[in-house]
Design a binder for this molecule. Structure first.
Ligand code: 2AL
Length: 243
């Protein structure tokens, strides 16, 4: 089985980190195909960044479908382009926020999310509502860490995230903590050990859920709104998407 994981931002170091986390999570015999778009923002920290990342992400998903990937994971916590990607794919397509919130709701009554910048909180709040997690999510906290600071050695990013996770544990009555950025994929184990609560990295659980769904013979429904996109003409820079 082959699982595609796409980092929708264009940071090569972050893509390498996500690929490594995905390979660690993948069951034996599962091949991981990891990539990021050729065009787009280096980090995704708001609505504009998300919108600008989606066309490149969809090109990667189309390539993953063409190369025979059995399942797909979108490795950005806003789950940008998730429903559009599902229209393109036959296999399951999972977002890391979706996977992490569902995992958290299965192992704790309440969870908190620790994300990067304050301006991304509203994006995660919207996903909490969309995924029916309002009764499970205690709070969404920002560590005020820019996404690319997670790739810099000596940036104190990890310390700030640990302290925000500690506050989530102590002040929110959160039984589990969800990390709100794919760039935090290498931190979950260490923070969980330090704080003594489950800390969930969405890359890890999304790869496992995607493998489980595809392994069970389940793919994206092609009945209804997730059917293949309607064939039509696209003009200008998107002419290549024309039927
Ligand atoms: C993210 C993420 O996972 N990747 C990225 O570029 N931005 N999420 C976030 N909350 O900042």
């Amino acid at each position: 089985m082959k699982i595609q994981i796409v980092n929708p931002n264009t940071s090569a170091p972050m893509t390498a980190k996500i690929a490594a986390a995905a390979r660690t999570a993948a069951a034996p015999g599962i091949e991981i195909e990891a990539s990021c778009p050729e065009h787009g923002p280096v980090s995704i920290e708001g609505h504009f960044d998300e919108a600008m990342a989606v066309p490149g992400l969809l090109e990667e998903i189309e390539r993953g479908v063409a190369t025979g990937c059995d399942a797909h994971v979108i490795a950005c916590f806003g789950d940008p382009g998730l429903h559009a990607a599902r229209e393109l794919a036959h296999g399951p397509v999972l977002g890391i926020a979706e996977a992490a919130m569902h995992a958290a709701s299965m192992i704790a009554t309440r969870f908190s999310v620790v994300t990067t910048l304050e301006r991304t909180v509203v994006i995660a709040e919207r996903l909490v509502r969309e995924y029916g997690m309002s009764d499970h999510c205690a709070r969404i906290r920002a560590a005020e860490v820019p996404v690319l600071a997670l790739e810099e050695t000596g940036s104190h990013a990890e310390r700030r995230i640990v302290e925000e996770c500690r506050r989530a544990r102590d002040e929110d009555r959160a039984g589990a903590i969800v990390l709100g950025c794919a760039g935090m994929a290498d931190l979950a184990g260490r923070i969980g050990d330090e704080l003594g609560v489950p800390v969930i990295d969405g890359v890890n659980v999304a790869v496992r859920f995607a493998g489980a769904l595809a392994g069970a013979g389940l793919g994206t429904s092609k009945h209804g709104d997730l059917a293949l996109p309607l064939p039509k003409a696209f003009i200008g820079r998107y002419a290549g998407w024309s039927a």
